[in-house]
Design a protein around this ligand. Structure first.
Ligand code: FAD
Length: 398
């Protein structure tokens, strides 16, 4: 077997991997960037960018349907799903900076070689990819995450959709059960409803968005219900089965009644877990726990020359976090004095309409800043004290 050598290899070309590879290449390293699917990973191909484009288009359709209320007559606002998909692919291509071939060429010019295939560790410095052997002085694992399949009897047999399938649906479903009322579930619920799909959102916890401000959650629930989303919280999903028309979910509702829901499709928004299995981490002695790679404060794994960043290490699964971690991991991998990765302030948004802006301050000198809840304000914000800003401020100045 021939052996190819790199200064640094990065496993996974998502937000974390792309920024790690770019940072290392900018420091003159010869970088191998391994990707088994598409450059850009989840955020570009199946996550943030396409879902936000779809939400925007769904909102245009919704506004067109509401236009008469404002004195604007729009006789028909028909959904052309293939046209929408073409638009979304155009957005992806624009963000990627061209076709996959053009993007690869741009990376090559920066000193980053893209290697297509799935990486598995052979030893601490070696990786096998599609029957070829590669060796690197340093390695950064940025393999991302995938949707968790909940243990519902029959679900394997009925089949289901994930965020990956949504991007290539041949047509919109007539009706959809969305399992999971977290940020992805509520965004998908509003989006599909605004594309005229009958949507039922099912959540096992007593409330949607269980980690968020309960008052704001109530307001958002109200908006979703007004738009026609059926919401069932506190459910126990028991069984999925095929019917002549589609799929049936059997569940116990919050009042402990046995219920059935017939839909054409089921979409999982049930949380995500790191892509660890194919990596064979044990071959390199990289330690993991609870299905995530263990790293210290500098993002170093249990093996001194192997680093990890992004969804694969758990924590806040957000693109900007992954991207910042990727850059930090690359810097540390090249440095004799690794620095701690510091999550000082992390903003995040739930892109419903109205959207939901939040940030988390993990340093005591930052105080929560919030705005009063008012119906009709353009966005929902976490409210601790009356103020008008949703940006972090140093508490010493307030
Ligand atoms: C539907 C959806 C919407 C989202 N919306 C937002 C949002 O609005 N804002 C936000 O901040 N975050 C959002 N996220 C989260 C965000 O997409 C992730 O946090 C981010 O993509 C994580 O980046 P990453 O580089 O860690 O992983 P990924 O982007 O998942 O990239 C990992 C890459 O590694 C590749 N890979 C895995 N294993 C191997 C292997 N063994 N060999 C080779 N390649 C491998 C994968 O194919 C993948 O391309 C969303 C996620 C989803 C699913």
């Amino acid at each position: 077997m021939t052996l190819t050598r790199y200064d640094l290899m990065v496993i996974g070309a998502g937000a974390a991997g792309s920024s790690a590879a770019n940072e290392a290449a900018a420091h003159g390293m010869r970088v191998g960037l391994i990707e088994r699917d598409k450059l850009g990973g989840t955020y570009l191909n199946y996550g943030c960018d396409p879902t936000k484009a779809l939400l925007h288009i769904a909102s245009i359709h919704h506004q067109a349907q509401q236009a008469a209320m404002y004195g604007i007559q729009i006789p028909s606002a028909d959904i052309d799903w293939p046209g929408i998909q073409r638009y979304v692919q155009g957005v992806i291509e624009q963000v990627r900076g061209g076709t996959p071939i053009q993007a690869r060429e741009k990376l090559r010019q920066r000193g980053i070689e893209v290697i297509e295939g799935e990486a598995e560790f052979i030893s601490e410095h070696e990786m096998g990819i599609g029957g070829r052997l590669y060796e690197a002085a340093r390695i950064i694992i940025t393999a991302g995450s995938h949707t968790i399949t909940p243990p519902i009897r029959g679900l394997d047999h009925t089949g289901f959709l994930t965020n990956v399938d949504v991007m290539k649906l041949p047509q919109l479903p007539h009706s959809l059960a969305i399992i999971g009322g977290g940020p992805l579930g509520v965004e998908f619920a509003q989006m599909f409803r605004r594309f005229d799909v009958e949507v039922t959102l099912l959540e096992s916890k007593p409330t949607l968005l269980e980690h968020e401000d309960s008052e704001l959650v109530k307001l958002l629930e109200q908006v979703l219900r007004q738009e026609g989303v059926q919401i069932e919280t506190g459910v126990t999903l028991q069984q999925a089965e095929l019917t002549p028309q589609g799929k049936r979910l059997r569940f116990q509702d919050a009042s402990r009644r046995q219920r059935e829901l017939d839909v054409t499709d089921i979409l999982l928004a049930t949380g995500r877990e790191p892509n660890l299995a194919p990596l064979h981490l044990e071959a390199a002695d990289v330690r993991s726990d609870n299905n995530r790679i263990l790293v210290d404060a500098t993002l170093r794994t249990s093996v001194p020359h192997i680093w990890a960043a992004g969804d694969v290490i758990g924590g806040m699964r957000l693109t900007h976090v992954a991207s910042a971690q990727g850059k930090a991991a690359a810097r540390n991998a090249l440095s004799h004095h690794p620095q701690n990765f510091n999550l000082q302030v992390v903003p995040w948004v739930i892109f419903t309409d109205p959207p939901w802006h939040m940030w988390e301050a993990q340093r005591s000198s930052y105080a929560p800043v919030a705005s009063p809840i008012a119906w009709g304000v353009p966005c929902l914000r976490r409210t601790h004290a009356p103020s008008s800003m949703d940006v972090p401020q140093d508490s010493s100045s307030s």
